[in-house]
Design a protein around this ligand. Structure first.
Ligand SMILES: *Cc1c(COP(=O)(O)O)cnc(C)c1O
Length: 232
């Protein structure tokens, strides 16, 4: 488990270097440990090493681990099916993957029943291809409008994107830049239920580029816990 602590320290060090170089403060960038496929013991080791926020991409894993993991903020970062919202509405503090009004309406309904306001991010598909999930930047305006109009129990906190997995870092950076631009544009919008705080971009292989392009929330799995078992 020492390796988990060492990895987290190495990522924090790199994160600090990049943010300082960019003239930003290190603690502006939140490190979310992505814990999919990991055991509660591994996750608790990460929490002991300073992790305050963890991300899961499957509802079932959140349900299975919830009681066995020390107290932290849970993030739903994966594709979320409408019929599963009810299982996590009282467990997660931020849903990163909202990409349809149908999903938003369900989150709104369940949040109302629980007497809470749910924080969400809009997932943008910056690459405009491959990825099955996320909306285009052109569609973002309509979705934001629809959510603000119809979902009184949702607060929009920013955007999330998954860059295309490729070696050409320039293409990756262009995606990050596009989403950052979108983030800046909508940050200026005034609405009681739109309060931007998170630009969620950057994973193990591209978080340095993401921070350089303005990310303030990185989602890191492999670089903390090692390679995942690919059969899961
Ligand atoms: C798995 C996952 C990550 C983390 O990926 P790593 O390459 O292991 O750092 C980040 N975001 C999402 C949405 C994921 O599903």
């Amino acid at each position: 488990m020492d390796i988990i602590r060492e990895n987290i320290e190495a990522i924090n060090k790199k994160k600090n270097e990049i943010t300082m170089r960019a003239g930003r403060e290190p603690d502006e960038v939140l490190l979310v440990a992505v814990t999919k496929t990991r055991t509660a013991d591994e996750i608790n080791a990460a929490i002991d090493a300073g992790i305050t926020d963890i991300g899961e991409n499957k509802v079932q894993e959140i349900i299975d681990k919830y009681e066995n993991v020390k107290h932290v903020c849970w993030h739903m970062i994966g594709h979320l099916q409408t019929n599963k919202v009810k299982y996590i509405i009282d467990k997660v503090s931020l849903i990163h993957s909202v990409d349809s009004i149908k999903l938003a309406l369900e989150i709104d309904k369940r949040a109302a029943q629980s007497g809470i306001v749910m924080d969400i991010l809009i997932q943008v598909n910056a690459a405009k291809e491959e990825s099955k999930f996320g909306i285009t930047s052109e569609e973002a305006e309509q979705l934001i409008k629809d959510i603000l109009e119809n979902c009184k129990n949702i607060r929009i906190r920013g955007f999330m994107c998954i860059a295309p997995y490729e070696d050409n870092l320039e293409n990756v950076k262009v995606c990050f830049r596009d989403v950052k631009e979108l983030y800046v544009r909508y940050s200026a919008m005034e609405h009681p239920r739109l309060n931007f705080k998170y630009l969620s971009m950057g994973m193990s292989h591209d978080y340095e580029a993401a921070i350089m392009e303005g990310s303030n929330l990185i989602r890191i799995g492999t670089a903390i816990f090692g390679e995942r078992n690919k059969t899961k």
